[in-house]
Ligand binder design. Structure first.
Ligand SMILES: Cc1cc2nc3c(=O)[nH]c(=O)nc-3n(C[C@H](O)[C@H](O)[C@H](O)COP(=O)(O)OP(=O)(O)OC[C@H]3O[C@@H](n4cnc5c(N)ncnc54)[C@H](O)[C@@H]3O)c2cc1C
Length: 477
């Protein structure tokens, strides 16, 4: 079955929702597709209605999310929303989706990708052990399911998200043994003048810190986690002070007894659909890695595909919301629903806000930019590719033999050939190759993707009756 819409939006987070609202306000109909069961994306993720009574629903962040959702839902005539639906392929102007009513194609004149980001975890000894999870996964457990990820938890990595999760776990009654942040306190102080440009967000960060301080939760700045240890699951974690490049000083490592370790070093933009659509990508370290190249109104190199939010560079929910708005207006202008003059008038305040927010984000991201010391954490026997169960020691001979790009290492070792298509392993392995060979990340290269970009079941595949066009292009990809 093929359904047609003027605009298809992938992702119902702040970027996707505000784009659909902008379009609806200009009179344009869109279809919004998301694999999650509810609106909100990552930050405004809803808990099941049976659980909606906790403090998570009373926070400032939750009330902004609620406002956005209500605004979105007020346009039922203009916005069709498809929850629990995965977009697993894109061919020219058609999206291949699988949802509650089976699989079908969505044909759209304009495509907006608001797909968000993944968390980044570099491999280190013990990282695949039960009890090690990402901060986002721990937050999901407490926020959406009201399940504690563990009894005593250590949170490690870099960036303000660690503080958000530490607070959420503490509020949920979990004992937080500490936060291990790789950036040094002195570096944070040096960045303060640049961060002051957004006092509201700075204050939010300060509040998170203050609440942790009041609860007696220690924050170990200038440290990295070096190992998770235990028999069948995490029992203790070793962390050590690190040099400026985040290489740990193992002689001064400390041990803390916990049953859970949450570790995350920021986010990686989710660009698979943009890549499949043939959009050009570029390397931007400060925005999380490879991102689609866009113009000032967020159109990609394929002029009918647009990108907004973290999927176009990690910059947080406020930027995502305004980028969604901007992309929505730009599409509306392209469709002829608003003229150039109205577009300019509506665009100006958004750009002003984005400039301010991006300056703040830039200072923050510079501070938390990943450093090469993280590539030294994995030992020879540490697993670096979960799907293919490859150890660092199995990859290194290929690099030494001259395989120094995604394509050559993948061919020589099978890294990235599993079901995640390199999503989990390649961002860290690419950094490892770059630091070992001295090559820039651009040279090491981006991973390639092919449909289905999200695992789909054999049952779902068995139901498929693809149109000839899709079948032909699928064979050529
Ligand atoms: C796990 C996690 C937790 C986070 N928690 C917080 C937080 O508590 N506070 C905070 O300030 N920031 C948080 N962030 C960062 C924050 O969510 C983002 O900065 C912001 O939400 C970005 O908005 P967005 O609309 O670009 O993407 P998102 O909010 O990530 O929304 C993208 C949506 O697209 C959907 N999607 C992607 N690909 C497909 C596909 N192929 N098919 C169907 N659906 C698809 C995703 O399921 C998701 O719902 C979190 C990020 C992550 C990854």
């Amino acid at each position: 079955m093929i359904r047609s819409k003027p605009v298809a939006i992938v992702g119902a987070g702040p970027a996707g929702m505000s784009a659909a609202i902008s379009l609806a306000e200009c009179g344009i109909r869109s279809i919004v597709i998301d694999e999650n069961g509810g609106l909100g994306g990552q930050i405004y993720r809803q808990s099941p209605s049976t659980l909606r009574s906790s403090k998570f629903t009373q926070s400032k962040e939750a009330s902004r999310g609620l406002q956005l959702k209500q605004h979105f839902q007020s346009f039922t005539e203009k916005i069709e929303y498809l929850p629990n639906t995965k977009v697993w392929g894109v061919w020219e102007k058609q999206l291949a989706v699988t949802g509650q009513d089976g699989w079908h194609l969505i044909d759209a004149e304009h495509l907006l990708l608001a797909t968000g980001a993944y968390e980044y975890v570099p491999p280190f000894p013990g990282w695949t052990m039960p009890g090690v999870l990402t901060p986002g996964a721990a937050q999901l457990m407490v926020k959406s399911m009201h399940i504690a990820p563990g009894r005593r938890v250590l949170i490690a990595g870099t960036g303000p998200f660690l503080l958000v999760v530490a607070n959420a776990l503490h509020d949920a009654g979990v004992e937080v043994a500490g936060v291990v942040e790789s950036v040094r306190r002195s570096e944070v102080f040096k960045s303060l003048p640049r961060l002051l440009n957004n006092f509201g967000l700075l204050r939010q960060g300060w509040d998170y810190l203050r609440r942790l301080g009041r609860a007696g939760i220690p924050i170990h700045t200038g440290h990295v986690v070096v190992e998770a240890e235990g028999q069948n699951q995490v029992e203790q974690v070793r962390f050590a002070p690190c040099h400026r490049d985040w290489q740990p000083d193992l002689s001064r490592a400390k041990t803390v007894e916990v049953d859970t370790l949450c570790v995350g070093y920021g986010f990686v933009p989710r660009t698979e659909l943009a890549q499949l659509a043939g959009c050009e990508v570029e390397w931007k370290n400060e925005l999380g890695g490879w991102i689609p190249r866009v113009d000032e109104d967020l159109a990609t190199s394929r002029k009918d595909v647009w990108v907004a939010g973290d999927g176009g560079g990690v910059a947080g929910a406020a930027v995502a919301e305004d980028e969604g708005r901007l992309a929505g207006l730009a599409i509306a202008r392209r469709c002829g629903a608003i003229d150039d003059n109205s577009f300019r008038l509506l665009r100006a305040p958004i750009i002003r806000r984005l400039d301010k927010l991006r300056r703040f984000r830039f200072a923050l991201d510079n501070l938390s930019q990943l450093r090469p010391g993280l590539s030294t954490l994995a030992k020879e026997e540490t697993c670096v590719c979960r799907c293919e169960e490859l150890k660092r020691g199995e990859i290194e001979p290929a690099i030494t033999a001259g395989c120094t790009t995604y394509r050559t290492i993948k061919t020589a070792t099978r890294i990235g050939m599993g079901r995640c298509q390199g999503r989990m392993c390649w961002p860290a392995m690419a950094r490892f190759v770059a630091s070992k060979t001295g090559q820039p990340m651009e040279k090491v290269g981006n991973r390639s993707v092919r449909p289905p970009i999200i695992p789909i079941t054999l049952g779902e595949m068995a139901e498929m009756e693809p149109s000839d066009a899709v079948a032909d292009q699928g064979r050529n990809s």
